[in-house]
Design a protein around this ligand. Structure first.
Ligand SMILES: [Ca+2]
Length: 495
């Protein structure tokens, strides 16, 4: 059987191993079975991880909302111009098998903050059984969980969150209660407004814990976040800082609300305009780092919380499927990491890694101990980022959960779609399918009959996940409760 995709046809691990990549090179690497490409640039001290501790980097973590893998020019988009992101990719490393833990917002962000599958920290379902938290929710990220921000704060980092939070809108659950000194943003999705449900309050812009505008002028928020980001970076550039910049773009609205400056400027409608605005904002941040002379002691990471949904104008190419599903398109994210002199420039890593790995990896770079009382699912992947020769993924398996249901599992090469009889209460008859991800990015060719031993092995992994994290109608041993409040209140302007 021959079904090599042009962009993914190279299966030899030696491909381009010693060749610096051009801009399009990233796309060609996506989905190959290559290990991290060998770099001539990794410093010996990086490998030992010793000097890294002595030079803790500032960290800028940029998260987009519903941005697809194929939405960026450097990853194959011919519709969008993304010069600043292309430069970020060229100057850093591209992770081509980097997974969000969920195809929807709240669980994905819970994983980012805690280094855990959302099932472990009970953020996989809303208090009403929905996919994501809604306004005036009883539930939120448990203040007892240890977040990435809390670990960095303990190491002396100034911390700030700008943008969409979506881990609880009650004061107990806001960023300021999770280790972030400063917050300016919207507490949940930008489409959760009274026009959609009259009981919801006008969309609030919150500074720390106080609503400062409602409804917020959404089109101008990115510009405000950028101004705030530059102020925060400038104020803290002589110390260490952690900036979590969580865009609401391209977002959930049918028509993204972009700044008037970018309206009509792309070749792809308002969706394309929102990509232009994201790209501009990334450029502003990188330029500020350079201007302040802290470029080489700042790690910048760019990714998305889940893939783009259908019918918005976005693309998850080369992966098949869309947001809100456990397809590759729904959960395999663009990810660039840039730290000049530390992370080799212009290289790609196709080893399996996840959003949950950011917490232990960034904790290690900051010299912070992990909270040993609690199990986390993420792994330290600095060896992959620093391109240690022959470094391989620390993950034996990755679990694709949708809400409270385990739907698929993968290892370094194979993805098993589990047989399902129901999805979200709807009867289905979805058969078991085994996909070779190294050659089948659209997940169309079932090889389960050719490789029964692989099916058995992945089934054992799936059972391990069910025992630990749960599955539909089944409680996981490793589950920890989310936070709850008795009487939630809406976030509104105080008179
Ligand atoms: Ca999202």
């Amino acid at each position: 059987m021959e079904y090599h995709n042009h962009a993914l046809g190279m299966r030899n691990t030696a491909l381009a191993a010693t060749r610096p990549m051009n801009r399009r090179g990233f796309l060609r690497l996506a989905g190959t079975s290559a290990a991290c490409l060998v770099s001539a640039q990794a410093q010996p001290e990086d490998r030992a991880g010793e000097v890294v501790h002595a030079s803790k980097p500032n960290i800028v973590l940029i998260l987009c909302d519903n941005l697809g893998y194929g939405d960026l020019a450097c990853l194959g988009s011919t519709l969008h111009r993304t010069p600043n992101l292309d430069r970020l990719a060229r100057e850093g490393m591209s992770l081509t098998s980097f997974y969000s833990s969920s195809p929807v917002c709240t669980p994905s962000r819970a994983s980012l903050m805690t280094g855990c599958y959302a099932q472990r920290v009970d953020m996989h379902l809303s208090d009403t059984g929905g996919w994501v938290l809604q306004p005036v929710s009883r539930k939120g990220l448990n203040p007892n969980e240890t977040t990435i921000a809390e670990i960095l704060k303990k190491q002396g980092y100034a911390t700030a969150c700008l943008g969409k939070w979506h881990l609880g809108d009650q004061p107990d659950f806001l960023p300021t209660r999770h280790g972030l000194d400063h917050y300016l943003g919207i507490p949940y999705s930008e489409d959760m407004i009274p026009a959609r449900r009259p009981s919801w309050p006008p969309l609030p812009l919150i500074r720390n814990e106080t609503v400062m505008e409602a409804p917020v002028d959404l089109a101008r928020t990115t510009r405000r976040y950028v101004a705030e980001a530059l102020r925060f970076i400038e104020a803290n550039h002589q110390n260490r800082f952690f900036l979590y910049f969580a865009h609401h773009l391209p977002g959930s609205e049918k028509v993204p609300e972009v700044d008037p400056h970018f309206r009509g400027r792309s070749d792809n409608g308002s969706y394309g305009d929102s990509i232009l605005e994201i790209d501009w904002s990334v450029g502003e941040i990188i330029n500020a780092l350079k201007r302040l002379g802290i470029d080489d002691r700042t790690l910048v990471l760019f990714t998305s919380d889940n893939g783009t949904p259908p019918d918005k104008g976005g693309s998850n190419a080369p992966w098949g499927g869309w947001a809100y599903s456990t397809s590759e398109g729904g959960m395999r994210m663009p990810c660039f990491i840039r730290w000049p002199g530390r992370i080799p420039a212009g290289h790609a890593c196709n080893e399996l890694c996840t959003m949950m790995d950011l917490l232990p990896t960034l904790a290690r770079l900051a010299g912070g101990p992990l909270d040993t009382d609690k199990v986390i699912d993420g792994k330290d992947i600095w060896d992959l980022w620093s391109d240690v020769p022959d470094a391989s993924s620390p993950h034996e398996a990755f679990y694709y959960y949708m809400a409270d249901q385990l739907q698929a599992v993968r290892d370094s090469r194979w993805k098993l779609h589990l047989p399902l009889k129901a999805i979200r209460g709807k009867t289905v008859d979805r058969p078991l399918r085994l996909i070779d991800l190294s050659i089948d990015p659209k997940e169309v060719h079932d090889l389960s009959h050719e490789h029964p031993e692989v099916v058995r092995r992945l089934m054992r992994f799936a059972e391990r996940a069910r025992t630990e994290l749960g599955d539909l109608g089944r409680h996981g041993h490793g589950h920890r409760a989310a936070g709850q409040v008795g009487r939630p209140t809406p976030r509104v302007l105080l008179k």
